[in-house]
Design a binder for this molecule. Structure first.
Ligand code: FES
Ligand SMILES: [Fe+2]
Length: 470
C-alpha cells in the first residue's frame, strides 16, 4: 500500500495544495487543450460554517419548494426522446408535473400536467399520444395544449368565454436538451448557461445520443447529493483506486458566471498524495482499469519515453475514431481523458470532453427533504455515417438497489465508482442530523462552489419572501 502524504515542500500558492496546478499539467500535454480550460475567476466565498438543518429541516425545505424550484431552469429531457409530434416526457419535481411534448414538428412545449376541471394528472408516463384525455370525466386537449373536447361544457357557464388552453411553462433548448422553468421572469437560459454553449461547441451535444440513462434514488437531501458530485477531493476517501491515475488534489475549480462552477481533474497522472513516483505503466494500468472494461486493454504496454497521459489520450482518440468515424487528431489530451464538469445552479452537471459525456440532474424525491432522485445520462457522439441510435431505455434503481444493477448501462467500473459515491450518502444524511453544534464546514477553495450553491438558494428564498412573505 502506497503511503499517502498530506502536503509537502514549498507552497506553490498559499491557498492551494502544494503541488503543480492543473494548468501545469496541461502545459506538458502532447496535444494542447483549448484556452477555456485555463483557470477562470474563483470567487472567495469565505470560511463561515453553514447550518446542518438546511439538509433536513422541513421548514427550510418548504422554502426551497416555494422559492427555489419554481424559479430555476431544469433540463427536462432530450429532444431525441420526443422526435415526433405527440411524443412526450413527463417531468416532475417537488410535486410539480409537466408534459414536455413535441407540439409541432419544430416546436416543443411544457404543459402543466393537470386537468383544468378537477385537477387530475393528464399523463402519468412518457409516451406518444394524439390528445391528452383526462380519464376522470373525459376532457381532452390537443398536443399543443388547445382544448379538444369538453363533454360537459353545457354545465360550465363560468368557462363560456375562456380559451381553456393548458397553461405552459417556459421552454428553451440547448445542445439537444429541452429546458423548462415555471418562472416567466427567470433570466434567459443563455444567461444562466453563460460560457457553456461556446465551450461545448467542440463536443456537439446536439449530435449526441443518450447511450444510457440511470435514475437512482438516495436517502439524503438533494443538496448533500449534488455536493457529492461537485468536488474531486473525496477521491482519497471514496475512490482510492483512482489515486494512481488522478491528480485529485490539483483539481482546478472556478466560477465562470453566477450560475456555473467548474471542476477540472487531470487523469492519467498520479496524485501528488502518493509519495512514491509511480511508473508510467502503473499510472496507465490504473487509468485503463477505470475507463475500459476490456481485458485486452488491460494488457497494453506503454512504450518507452512516452507518458501514460499522452499514450492513453492517443489510444482513446483511435478508439473513438474507430467507433464514430470522426477525426480526433485535434483533440487535446485533456479533452480525451480528463474529468471535467460544469455544474449549473442548482442541480445539473454537464461533463465536457470528446468521449462519452456524463450529465447529471438531482431532484428531491417528491416532497421528501431526505430523499433524492439522481439522473445519470451517458451521451455518445452519433456515428458520422449514422444512423442516430435510439435513446437508451431508462434504468430505475430504488433506494436499496445497488449501482451494480446498472452494470449493463454504465459498465461495471463506472457503476462501481457511482456505488462508492452513493454509499456515502445515507451516512452523510445521518451525520448531518447528529452533528454536535449543528454546523457544517466547507473548505475555502475546493468547496467554494458548494458555498455558492447555498448562497444562491438563500438569495432566491430572500427574494421570494420579500415578494410574498410566508
Ligand atoms: S378532472 Fe379531468 S375531466 Fe374531470
Ligand atoms: Fe465521486
Amino acid at each position: 500500500m502506497d503511503k499517502i502524504v498530506e502536503g509537502r515542500g514549498r507552497p506553490f500558492r498559499e491557498d492551494r495544495y502544494p503541488a503543480e496546478s492543473y494548468e501545469d499539467i496541461l502545459a506538458r500535454d502532447a496535444v494542447k487543450a483549448p484556452d477555456f480550460f485555463r483557470e477562470g475567476p474563483d470567487t472567495d466565498m469565505g470560511t463561515e460554517p453553514i447550518d446542518a438543518s438546511r439538509y433536513y429541516d422541513p421548514g427550510f425545505f418548504r422554502k426551497e419548494v416555494a422559492h427555489v424550484w419554481p424559479k430555476v431552469w431544469h433540463w427536462a429531457c432530450r429532444e431525441e426522446e420526443i422526435p415526433e409530434v405527440g411524443d412526450h416526457v413527463v417531468y416532475e419535481f417537488v410535486g410539480k408535473s409537466f408534459i414536455i411534448v413535441r407540439s409541432a414538428p419544430g416546436e416543443i412545449k411544457a404543459l402543466y400536467n393537470a386537468c383544468l376541471h378537477r385537477g387530475r394528472q393528464l399523463a402519468q408516463a412518457s409516451g406518444s399520444l394524439e390528445t391528452f384525455r383526462c380519464p376522470y370525466h373525459g376532457m381532452a386537449w390537443n398536443v399543443d395544449g388547445t382544448l379538444a373536447v369538453n363533454p360537459f361544457d353545457w354545465d360550465m357557464p363560468q368557462w363560456a368565454d375562456k380559451p381553456l388552453n393548458l397553461p405552459e411553462a417556459r421552454v428553451a433548448r440547448w445542445g439537444g436538451f429541452v429546458f423548462m422553468t415555471m418562472d416567466p421572469h427567470a433570466p434567459p437560459l443563455e444567461e444562466v448557461l453563460g460560457p457553456i454553449p461556446e465551450h461545448f461547441a467542440r463536443y456537439d451535444f446536439a449530435n449526441r445520443y443518450k447511450a444510457a440513462h440511470v435514475i437512482k434514488k438516495m436517502r439524503a437531501n438533494w443538496k448533500a447529493t449534488t455536493e457529492a458530485f461537485m468536488e474531486a477531493h473525496h477521491i482519497v476517501g471514496t475512490h482510492p483506486q483512482s489515486l494512481p491515475m488522478s491528480a485529485d488534489i490539483n483539481t482546478q475549480y472556478d466560477h465562470p458566471n453566477d450560475y456555473v462552477s467548474r471542476q477540472f481533474t487531470a487523469h492519467a497522472v498520479q496524485t501528488p498524495r502518493i509519495e512514491r513516483k509511480l511508473s508510467e505503466q502503473e499510472i496507465f494500468n490504473a487509468f485503463i482499469g477505470y475507463r475500459s472494461d476490456s481485458d485486452e486493454d488491460a494488457k497494453v504496454l506503454v512504450p518507452e519515453n512516452t507518458t501514460a497521459r499522452a499514450f492513453a489520450a492517443q489510444m482513446l482518440r483511435d478508439a473513438l475514431s474507430a467507433e464514430t468515424g470522426y477525426d480526433y487528431s485535434h483533440a487535446g489530451d485533456a479533452e480525451m481523458i480528463d474529468s471535467m464538469a460544469y455544474n449549473v445552479f442548482p442541480h445539473m452537471a454537464f461533463w465536457v470532453g470528446m468521449f462519452a459525456n456524463l450529465v447529471y440532474r438531482f431532484r428531491p424525491d417528491g416532497l421528501d427533504p431526505e430523499g433524492t432522485i439522481m439522473d445519470i445520462l451517458v451521451l455518445k457522439p452519433v456515428p458520422k455515417d449514422g444512423p442516430r441510435p435510439k435513446p437508451a431505455e431508462t434504468r430505475y434503481l430504488g433506494y436499496d438497489d445497488p449501482m451494480s444493477d446498472a452494470d449493463d448501462d454504465l459498465g461495471p467500473f463506472l457503476a462501481n465508482v457511482f456505488e462508492q459515491d452513493v454509499s456515502n450518502l445515507p451516512y452523510v444524511q445521518a451525520g448531518l442530523r447528529a452533528l454536535e453544534g449543528g454546523k457544517v464546514e466547507f473548505t475555502r477553495y475546493m468547496e467554494a462552489c458548494l458555498r455558492r450553491l447555498h448562497q444562491k438558494i438563500d438569495a432566491l428564498i430572500a427574494e421570494g419572501e420579500t415578494d410574498r412573505p410566508e
